[in-house]
Design a protein around this ligand. Structure first.
Ligand code: HEM
Length: 341
């Protein structure tokens, strides 16, 4: 049901995009107002979420990690899995962000003939990595629409991506990999009953939305051929705060645009915020040096203590009268006995 509802929500956005392409007022609103509203929601929402995380007190280093912690010199410790220095933390973060290292360790557990079998599960890691890297590549390539002159690195990325010059216009490998990886991620949720049970509307919605953006983009590039000059004019106008809705912008492009705006506005309120959350995760960004350094909670309010010795001193008479043994007296007596012996 969650999958169906999210698919319907994305289809509604697609239809709204096409509908906006039909009438001049709707086209105007979509091309001038919606992108700014979506960008403002993205900017404000993103800063708000990050600020909320950043202000959560993290007084202690949290040693929730794999690998041996640094302790005695003759015990080899895991420098990257369980770092004790800042550079160790930087390496761990880099491996996490660039290579999804913790996902690589993901295991699969299944029952076979009453036996629990644990196995490697590299497919999720591989497809997630492929999906994220190609998405980044596509977004970097899109800079050619927003920048004039187009930076050399964007041209280089384009040449690399279409290296084998298959078809006209040349097929980008990133498009093929992105769509294949997303299809795998989607079907993985359908196929596995446990995962299907755990999947929420938001899990499917993000995937369907990204897939719809990719499909409309691919249709524009390889099948219906968008007027790229008008798109560039429009994009440069948006970036320079001089928006305009040219008649040359096709309904398919407006649909692509509306889907991208929906993604931008939705992103700060969704699980896609893991892109910034990973940087603020205390189990990843703190060195595990709690054996070599004492961490004192700086927010601890001074506490008035009342030790047992003071307590006994206060109630000494009453305790003696009641025949309750006294520790300090006993100690003095013990010391006296020891001396006599
Ligand atoms: C999350 C952001 C976006 C994603 C994931 C995305 C994805 C894609 C994909 C996969 C394609 C297929 C061709 C290619 O890979 O270049 C494409 C094409 C295209 N996209 Fe996007 N897009 C995004 C944002 C935008 C924005 C903001 C604009 C314009 C304002 C835009 C305009 C276009 C155009 C004009 C094409 C056709 C390019 C061509 O014919 O070579 N896209 N998009």
């Amino acid at each position: 049901m969650n999958a169906l509802y999210s698919l319907l929500a994305v289809l509604a956005l697609v239809l709204a995009g096409f509908a906006c392409g039909q009438g001049a007022p709707a086209r105007m609103v979509l091309a001038t107002f919606v992108p700014y509203a979506a960008f403002a929601a993205l900017l404000i929402g993103f800063c708000w979420r990050v600020a909320r995380w950043a202000f959560v007190p993290v007084p202690f280093h949290i040693p929730v990690t794999c690998g041996q912690q640094k302790s005695l010199v003759w015990i080899r410790f895991a420098k990257i899995d369980n770092p004790s220095t800042r550079w160790g933390v930087v390496s761990r973060m880099a491996a996490e962000i660039l290579l999804f290292r913790s996902l690589f360790r993901n295991n699969r557990a299944r029952l076979s003939g009453g036996r629990l079998i644990l196995g490697e599960s590299a497919s999720l890691w591989l497809c997630s990595l492929a999906f994220h890297w190609t998405l980044l590549l596509i977004m970097l390539r899109h800079l050619r629409l927003f920048l004039e002159p187009v930076p050399a690195f964007v041209n280089a990325l384009e040449r690399l991506d279409g290296y084998f010059q298959i078809g006209v216009p040349p097929l980008y490998f990133s498009d093929v990999i992105l769509v294949s990886a997303m299809t795998f991620l989607l079907f993985r949720r359908f196929r596995d009953p446990a995962l299907r049970y755990l999947s929420l509307f938001s899990d499917y919605f993000a995937l369907f939305l990204l897939l719809a953006i990719a499909v409309t983009g691919i249709l524009m590039r390889y099948f219906t051929r968008v007027d790229i000059l008008s798109v560039k004019q429009f994009a440069l106008g948006l970036a320079a705060f001089r928006p305009g809705a040219s008649q040359a912008l096709s309904a398919l492009f407006l649909c692509h645009l509306l889907l991208v705006c929906a993604l931008a506005a939705y992103l700060p309120f969704s699980k896609l915020m893991h892109m910034s959350g990973v940087f603020l995760s205390p189990t990843r960004n703190l060195a595990n040096n709690s054996r070599s350094q004492r961490h004192i909670n700086p927010w601890n309010a001074p506490v008035k203590t009342h030790a047992y010795v003071e307590w006994e001193e206060e109630f000494r008479d009453k305790m003696q009268a009641a025949g309750i043994p006294l520790e300090i007296e006993n100690e003095t007596e013990d010391a006296g006995n020891a001396r006599t012996n």
